[in-house]
Design a protein around this ligand. Structure first.
Ligand code: GRF
Length: 192
């Protein structure tokens, strides 16, 4: 299982995937890490691990993922031998050019029990809704925002004294277990 990881932020989920590979819990390798932000810490984590990195040129758009940039991204991933793409905090919506290059093979992690609380800062949405339980979801990416078939969910309690920060931290701990496990399941099912 050769992975390409796309992220815009700190890359703690990339780190969890790398730790799972290094400890033998996940039989995979990360061939390349790409970001739409040249200063994203995810790129630094990848470089420290000796992984090839690249910056996606989104032509100055703040949140759009232009189609030509998606085609370039698909070509770079393919050129690196990537079979599965992991979105790990990547803040742009994926469209047809990249989806068509990797049908059913792009995964995302989201900090809620989808279909509840799609979109930004899902842990704040959960607090505002007053739920007693939330969690994280690893799913296959389709054209929608945080939609697509669920591979795995992990539940996380919401505590009475939770702040957005404490809840987000608890969800991220669950994410770091869930993403490697979801990849392990995908690898197993793609061998069947
Ligand atoms: C995670 O909370 C993930 O659920 C969301 O973006 C965040 C990425 O965190 N999609 P990190 O960059 O992996 O630390």
């Amino acid at each position: 299982m050769i992975l390409g990881v796309l992220g815009s932020g700190s890359g703690s989920n990339l780190q969890a995937i790398l730790d799972a590979i290094d400890s033998g819990r996940l039989d995979a390798s990360v061939a390349i890490v790409l970001s739409d932000r040249a200063d994203a810490f995810i790129l630094e984590r990848a470089r420290r691990h000796g992984i090839v990195t690249g910056v996606i040129d989104c032509r100055g758009f703040r949140s759009r993922f232009p189609e030509d940039a998606q085609r370039e991204t698909a070509a770079v991933l393919r050129g690196s031998g990537v079979g599965f793409v992991c979105l790990a905090g990547f803040m742009r919506l994926i469209g047809a050019p990249l989806l068509d290059a990797y049908p059913g093979r792009i995964l995302n992690i989201h900090p809620s029990l989808l279909p509840d609380f799609p979109g930004l800062e899902a842990w704040k949405q959960a607090l505002a809704a007053g739920v007693v339980e939330t969690g994280c979801t690893v799913h296959i990416v389709d054209e929608g925002m945080d939609s697509g078939p669920v591979i795995l969910q992990e539940r996380v309690p919401v505590l009475a004294d939770d702040t957005p920060e404490s809840l987000h931290a608890r969800i991220q701990q669950a994410e770091h277990r869930a993403y490697p496990e979801a990849l392990r399941r995908m690898a197993a099912s793609s061998l069947e």
